[in-house]
Design a binder for this molecule. Structure first.
Ligand code: ZN
Length: 411
């Protein structure tokens, strides 16, 4: 099969299903220079879909790394005016936002981890209208991926660069259901529908808490807020346009009560955070807050994440992904959360999702907090699911409901 045809199908899928680009729309794309061929095809597809303008902001990890090595910490605590004007201005105009991820998992290894968390905090403050647009379902957005040679060689060590890149392309295209025959847009509509029944079941249970256990040592109970809603398989803006924030996606997720997590959770896969790896780590929670933690690799990076702000040491997300998901069955460790989070159950520390509370999108921040939703500039997913994970739900009257047994759905 002609790779160019597959790439074109992928670009059209991102535009039509991921972003749902409409007539007259502005499309903002943030891409690494390695992803230029896909980015150009996305721009072409977006104009064909009626986009008014496609604005691309390129970046280069080699130059970014130089900034992380040489610029002082204070430079990461300040956000230039053009940057917030760009994000907030286009969000106000109703633009949709695409990120094409091609990151080298080791791009920032060894740099001061305080710089990345300082930037996350500063940019979330300066670009609050932009982030509110995404979080409160006003603007559509999508994260998709394209291989870079460095990323591909990390995933497939020992292979020649060209072969590694083509193996990673094959894995990505498979994960996003782009095939020689068939219509990927229709395949994603089917995929979207496949989530609905489980989401309905989980929502009708209105579980009070979830108890996780596995042989790594994970033993943790997480409280769920009243009126919580599980979601997954795509999102919808408040004006009723559906889109897919993550391509691929295999998760069903909710936001827990920020003050009810007790016990210890162990990581199941390495975590790549802004180009630094954290591996073999654990977090101990009491009353919803991380009270102790450890990591064999990347302890300082984990520490910087948890210290981003007050909410960064509380949970914002619990997500259910079976051990037999299409992505885990590939048996590839991607070193990229967009993929790895769809291969295993995961949690996230940091910001919770307003859409995961009934009526949550219309609540003020104070009302969201009163309902138990966590708030933070950070939102960092980490994988905890193993093939022997069990999750038991408990209803308010104490009835046990098996949710996962041996790493897979029990409902
Ligand atoms: Zn997730």
């Amino acid at each position: 099969m002609n790779f160019d045809i597959l790439l074109r199908k992928y670009a059209e899928l991102i535009v039509k299903s991921g972003l749902s680009v409409k007539e007259g729309q502005i499309v903002c794309v943030s891409a690494l220079i390695e992803a230029a061929p896909l980015t150009r095809l996305v721009a072409e597809a977006a104009y064909a879909a009626g986009a008014r303008e496609v604005v691309v902001r390129w970046s280069d990890e080699a130059v970014q790394r130089l900034k992380y090595e040489h610029a002082p910490l204070s430079q990461f605590e300040e956000v230039p005016e053009w940057f917030s004007a760009y994000n907030n201005g286009y969000a106000a105009e109703g633009a949709c936002f695409l990120t094409i991820d091609a990151a080298d998992p080791d791009a920032m290894s060894g740099v001061d981890p305080k710089k990345a968390s300082a930037w996350v905090k500063a940019s979330h403050t300066a670009c609050k209208p932009f982030y509110d647009g995404l979080d409160l379902a006003k603007n559509r957005w999508c994260i998709a991926a394209a291989p870079s040679p460095k990323w591909a060689c990390k995933v497939f060590p020992g292979l020649p660069e060209e072969e590694a890149v083509s193996r990673l392309w094959a894995a990505i295209l498979k994960a996003v259901r782009v095939e020689e025959t068939g219509d990927p847009v229709a395949a994603w509509e089917e995929h979207h529908k496949s989530f609905q029944e489980r989401i309905r079941t989980l929502n009708s249970l209105q579980l009070d808490r979830l108890h996780y256990q596995n042989s790594l040592g994970t033993d943790i109970t997480i409280g769920m807020p009243e009126g919580h809603c599980w979601a997954g398989g795509g999102a919808e803006t408040t004006d009723g346009v559906s889109f897919f924030p993550n391509m691929p996606t295999e998760e069903i997720f909710a936001s827990p009560d920020r003050s009810r997590a007790d016990g210890t959770v162990y990581s199941a896969l390495p975590l790549n955070y802004h180009g630094s790896l954290i591996d073999r780590f654990w977090l101990r929670f009491a009353g919803g807050k991380v009270v102790d933690f450890g990591a064999e690799t990347g302890y300082d990076v984990l520490k910087a994440i948890l210290e981003t702000d007050e909410g960064a040491s509380h949970l914002g997300e619990v997500a259910l992904v079976p051990a037999r998901s299409p992505i885990s069955e590939m048996g590839i460790l991607f070193y990229n959360t967009l993929f790895d989070e769809n291969a295993a159950c995961h949690f996230a520390v940091g910001k919770g999702f307003a859409e995961c509370l009934e009526g949550g999108l219309a609540l003020s921040e104070e009302e969201q907090a009163a309902r138990g939703l966590n708030d933070s500039a950070a939102h960092v997913d980490f994988m905890i699911g193993t093939p022997d994970l069990s999750i038991t739900g408990y209803t308010k009257d104490g009835k046990a409901v098996p949710i996962f047994t041996d790493g897979n759905w029990a409902i």
